[in-house]
Write a protein that binds this ligand. Structure first.
Ligand code: FES
Ligand SMILES: [Fe+2]
Length: 380
């Protein structure tokens, strides 16, 4: 129970818990309340494996980039031996933020008093500390954050007691194995700051109900029947649509040949999977793309849209010309989804907004709401 709510937090979910055809959406305050967001940070984002992009975003020793994830400044860096690490971006002296942006460096030098750390997080230099009693520089390395990868995708976990990434993913790697993500490279990455709650964006990504309205002029016509949900074990859910060709181009555009060796449903259409709580992978016959969401507050988020193609496709002479058609598709559809998500936020934050009901085309919106309700209802 949280004293910040007029009712016990679990009673917010009574109608969310009903079977899909009878259920309501999450109440509006779940999309704008600071208190609810704090619970999400504590009970969800500080506990789960959070997706933070591709390992080949920083391919070289000494490469690094920084991010702000649910209020935690983080450095991702590749050390001299090629190992990826995540560190708290807070100096061990008096806490200053060490670095911003991205780049390549031999060492991180704190801009405040010059404490210097190598790419493995070790404190190398701490000026004028010779009179400080029992000061052991070895005990003042950067605080390490757990980082694990799956086929080139990078995840961090703030909880030292969490299980492994592979346990968290369940049978997602097996389901998507024939795409061979480790034989792909990131070829596109777009960033947006959006004025909406992270769940608004993710729910939109996992339902096709909005497509005829929001993407009327851009995306290829979809059948108005619910794409089947795919069976899943672990912290994910997904849809699969059967169709010819790719789903990563605008109507009429020609693209690349299919990924070699796709099997089962992967060869027959497109998977849209959600790794809870906030990562969407779209896997179609010639490429994959993702929505990576960094919550920045109850009504703000960063969206990173990344895309990967197989190495053999990237090696084609016409790659840079043809990939522009795919990038145009993502720029177009993402702008449409961004605009509708910000519009939804403007309405749902009203004191007069109320919970709604769902169409049969929005089954995963119900799954997402219940996954959130489970986590929020289980105090840590
Ligand atoms: S806070 Fe970093 S060196 Fe002082
Ligand atoms: Fe959309």
């Amino acid at each position: 129970m949280s004293s910040a709510f007029a009712v016990p937090v679990s009673s917010l979910f009574e109608k969310v818990r009903l079977p899909f055809a009878r259920a309501e959406t999450l109440p509006p305050e779940c999309y704008h309340s600071e208190a609810f967001y704090r619970l999400e940070v504590e009970r969800i984002f500080m506990k789960v494996w959070n997706f933070i992009g591709r390992a080949d975003h920083i391919p070289n020793p000494g490469d690094y980039y920084t991010l702000e994830y649910v209020g935690v400044p983080v450095i991702i860096s590749r050390d001299r031996t090629g190992v990826l690490n995540a560190y708290a971006n807070s100096c061990r002296h008096r806490g200053a933020k060490l670095v911003e942006g991205h780049g390549n460096c031999r060492a991180f030098v704190c801009p405040y008093h010059g404490w210097t750390y190598d790419a493995s997080g070790r404190l190398l230099v701490a000026p004028e500390m010779q009179h400080t009693e029992s000061f052991d520089p070895a005990a003042y390395g950067l605080k390490q954050i757990r980082l694990e990868t799956w086929d080139g995708f990078v995840f961090i976990n703030f909880d030292p007691d969490a299980g492994s990434l592979m346990e968290y993913l369940g049978d997602l790697p097996e389901t998507l194995a024939s795409y061979r993500f480790s034989d792909m490279k990131q070829t596109g990455r777009m960033e947006y700051i959006l004025d909406c709650n992270w769940k608004i964006y993710i729910e939109n990504a996992m339902e096709a109900y909005h497509v005829p309205m929001v993407h009327a002029k851009s995306l290829q016509k979809l059948k108005r029947e619910p794409p089947p949900t795919v069976p899943s074990r672990g912290n994910w859910c997904g849809l699969h649509t059967k169709h010819q060709g790719t789903r990563a181009l605008l109507a009429g555009d020609m693209g690349f040949p299919p990924i070699q060796g796709l099997t089962g449903l992967a060869a027959l259409g497109t998977y849209y999977t959600l790794l809870y709580p906030n990562t969407m992978f779209g896997c179609t016959i010639d490429c994959m793309w993702w929505f990576e969401v960094h919550p920045l507050g109850p009504e703000k988020m960063k969206l990173i849209v990344g895309s990967c193609f197989p190495n053999e496709t990237i090696a084609r002479e016409d790659f840079s010309e043809v990939v522009e058609r795919y990038n145009r598709r993502w720029r177009t559809s993402v702008k449409e989804d961004n605009d509708i998500s910000e519009l939804q936020q403007k309405g749902i934050r009203s004191p007069l907004a109320q919970p709604g009901r769902m169409s049969h085309l929005e089954e995963l919106v119900h799954h997402i709401a219940n996954w959130v309700a489970d986590r929020i209802s289980t105090p840590t």
